[in-house]
Design a protein around this ligand. Sequence first.
Ligand code: FAD
Ligand code: DHB
Length: 388
Amino acid sequence: MRVQVAIVGGGPAGHLLGQLLYKAGIDAVVLEQRSQDYVLGRIRAGVLEQGTADLLDEVGVGARLHREGLVHGGVALGFGGAHHRIDLHKLTGKHVTVYGQTEVTKDLMEARAAAGLTTIYEAEHVTLHDFDTPQPKVRYTKNGATHEVLCDFIAGCDGYHGVSRASVPADALRTYEKVYPFGWLGVLSETPPVSEELIYANHERGFALCSMRSHTRSRYYVQCSLDDKVENWSDAAFWDELRRRLAPEVAETLVTGPSIEKSIAPLRSFVAEPMRFGRLFLAGDAAHIVPPTGAKGLNLAVSDVRYLSRAFAEFYGGSEAGINNYSDTCLRRVWKAVRFSWWFTSLMHKFPDDTGFGPKIQAAELDYLIHSEAGSTALAENYVGLPY
Ligand code: FAD
Ligand code: DHB
């Protein structure tokens, strides 16, 4: 097979890049190691920045997002037994849309299929070759047979554990990492959300987040320890713990029910620099991870592929400026999201070894945030997404 761009990984970054390139008249193949059902079974992010929703519109996959997505003009911070609203819309003129990553990926998969574009699911043993030359190749096996894709560029959109970053010589890469001493236990349930807007709660027992997927489906998270196991948490234990971490008048109204998904995610910040090696470009979680507190992971993957698709279009239009600037352009935005996610994580979680100073600083900062327009605006601007 010969294509202009070989996209490794069929998550949101890979699929959106495929759609952007299709719109730009650049041919690409998506190689995904899992099945389509497996990819759609992963419950992950839920908050889309306005810029993300706008881009999905631009590439023609925004119709269901507008029908089913929930537009949020504010979020609440819970602490000290009360909830305080941050008016995102008043402070920034922007809003966010709550629409699951799974749905975004599904819409992109459907658009790809409707346009007759090729995605190879269950592509095994993907290997990257010659990306330090003008003629890179990607090999994979499928049903026991080995295939080769000849291309101009490889886009490594294969997530944190993917093969793309791992294919780069170690001395060509610098990585930065921070591992947090806790995880998030997430539950999805067919119950109405406890609040119309998201609640991020700082509590002495640990962080909690109330989110949703629709008016009848809720997504909740509680901070858990790193060695916790999903099996340790019955549904009843989860609901009890969540209730304890919310203000009493909110906890009273929580509607509970059986969980339809329950999983634990560790929290880390990670950046690999640069994001380009010759003809290989990393995008999304393949290059960087943020803790989920700021809801930035998916939005960053989207901003990377936005820059990358433009860089490829410029290349085929005769300029290498875009591909040469890709890494620096992305990383400026990436580090701002890394900073915000680290800051918001540090503000809202219980740190296991902290003897008392940390919670006092958090309380002072939260008090400052809700009473200072500058403080609330800084939070709101980062949360809705910095301008491009
Ligand atoms: P991915 O979604 O990881 O997609 C990569 C794709 O590449 C996958 O489909 C994978 O199967 C495929 N792949 C991997 N290796 C290979 C290979 N060798 N060959 C071919 N294909 C390969 N963000 C938030 O904002 N809020 C959240 O609540 C949140 N929760 C999360 C929970 C978990 C458990 C995880 C892991 C992430 C979460 N994130 C969250 C982050 C967000 O989901 C990611 O930032 C987003 O998925 C990034 O998209 P991506 O396409 O770059 O990577
Ligand atoms: C969701 C996840 C997040 O990480 C976040 O900050 C907000 C919402 C969610 O899954 O709905």
